[in-house]
Design a protein around this ligand. Structure first.
Ligand code: ASP
Ligand code: MG
Length: 439
């Protein structure tokens, strides 16, 4: 029996938070916890800026060193804990400054220092307060990955290596989130915000009975509380719903996060470090209780719509293949899609460069691109039982004089997405929340 607790950047932001983390872990010692930590909040961004500065010839690790020394001092720990790594980082940045070149591989190496520093601080504090613990870098704990720098994925053998390394060890393992190492020995990262994914990878490998994601909100909410102040925490939901929500802009979980948990049907619980007593959100394979029609409403800004119109579509096979092929070659991710007899409308991320695709397609179709759209998504396994969600959603938007431009619902019937003007997103989410949650 073991549980994996992952603490995000805000949960280990400073000495006060790290003390709270120790209390949370201590209260769960009977469940044999392993801990995965992020860098102190903001540190990965800072490292990123330092790496890019180094390319221009400037190296200064003083502010970053000071941030870590402050946390250590406030915890009554020696600053020597951080010094060896800071020296390595300094040497690495000087190397970048000399060659004036920053490859994705080197950038991953620079990014890795945040987690490696914070995990040593957290483990040292645990020991200081009497919780037997040791710091370990994910790669020393068996997390080997492929060599896709910036978005590495674990190799199949990682699972066994992790179990073999960590299971026999005594004390609480405090492991770096976000990073791994490829088979050639180079440090890799799993992608920004990848520590949740690390938490799930370690939970999977250790056959955890539960994976706890400790963050700074009361679990997954019925809507973004900054948009809907009355939004409340969702007590229980399915992996499928969590995946859809993460994908559609819910900020709590990284979309890939739950895969390793789902593979072994390990429950994931999202909890608030500042309010450890709150129940948070439990994410599981299936829920026995009768679901409400809607679980959560989310929105994402910066969506672009492309409209492709062509008479050639009429009675012709292969048009779609050509369309998708063009998007595929230009590596543009298609998000939502709706088709009619002579036109296709697709949505994608607004920061994508759509000009090359539009140019290429203009030989076979009339192409227009519209930007500054938002995607509002309604997610809920209950939509399958409750047949009136689409009707209620559209009637609610109609009441707000909002006429969505693109509407999609998958055959799975767990989500309904509406593309509308960016300025309409907030009123839409608020009205839909009132309709489905009476708040
Ligand atoms: N520190 C990394 C980041 O900021 C990973 C994480 O926090 O999950 O992206
Ligand atoms: Mg984070």
């Amino acid at each position: 029996m073991t549980i994996v607790l992952k603490f995000g950047g805000t949960s280990v932001a400073d000495a006060a938070h790290i003390r709270e983390v120790a209390r949370i872990v201590r209260a769960r010692l009977d469940r044999k916890p392993a801990v995965v930590v992020s860098a102190h909040s903001g540190v990965t961004d800072q490292l990123d800026r330092m790496a890019r500065e180094a390319v221009t010839g400037n190296v200064s690790i003083a502010p970053l060193a000071e941030r870590h020394f402050t946390v250590l001092r406030e915890l009554g720990l020696s600053t020597d804990i951080a010094k060896p790594l800071l020296e390595q980082l300094d040497a690495l940045l000087r190397g970048i400054a000399l060659v004036r070149e920053l490859s994705p591989r080197t950038l991953d190496h620079v990014h890795s220092f945040g987690e490696r520093l914070s995990c040593r601080t957290v483990a040292a504090h645990f020991c200081a307060v009497g919780v037997d613990a040791f710091a370990i870098d994910a790669f020393d704990a068996g997390l080997t990955t492929d060599s896709n720098y910036g978005r590495a994925r674990p190799l199949p053998e990682a699972e066994q290596q992790i179990a073999k390394t960590l299971k026999p060890r005594k004390g609480v393992a405090v492991i770096t989130g976000y990073i791994g190492r490829d088979s050639e020995g180079y440090v890799t990262t799993l992608g920004r915000n990848g520590s949740d994914y690390s938490g799930a990878i370690f939970g999977n490998a250790l056959d955890a009975e539960e994976i706890q994601i400790w963050t700074d909100v009361d679990g997954v909410m019925t809507a973004d509380p900054r948009v809907v102040p009355q939004a409340r925490s969702i007590p229980v939901m399915t992996y499928e719903e969590a995946g859809e929500l993460a994908y559609y802009g819910g900020k709590v979980l990284h979309p890939a996060t739950i895969q390793p948990a789902v593979a072994k049907t390990i429950p994931v619980r999202v909890l608030n470090t500042r309010r450890p007593e709150s129940q948070g959100t439990l994410i599981v394979q299936s829920v026995a209780e009768e679901p409400a029609p809607v679980t959560s409403i989310t929105s994402r800004r910066g969506v672009a719509l492309m409209n492709v119109q062509s008479m050639r579509m009429l009675d012709q096979s292969g048009f779609m293949a050509r369309l998708f092929d063009t998007f595929g070659r230009h590596e543009i991710v298609i998000d939502h899609i709706a088709t009619s007899e002579v036109s296709v409308t697709l949505s994608t991320f607004g920061n994508a460069d759509l000009e090359p695709v539009a140019r290429e397609l203009s030989s076979i179709a009339e192409v227009t691109v519209e930007r500054n759209k938002s995607a509002v998504s309604i997610v809920g396994r209950g939509m399958r039982q409750h047949g009136d969600v689409v009707h209620r959603a559209l009637a609610t938007l109609h009441g707000e004089k909002i006429d969505p431009q693109l509407i999609t619902r998958s055959a799975l019937r767990t989500s309904l997405s509406l593309i509308l003007e960016e300025s309409e997103a907030t009123p839409a989410v608020r009205a839909l929340h009132r309709e489905f949650f009476k708040a």
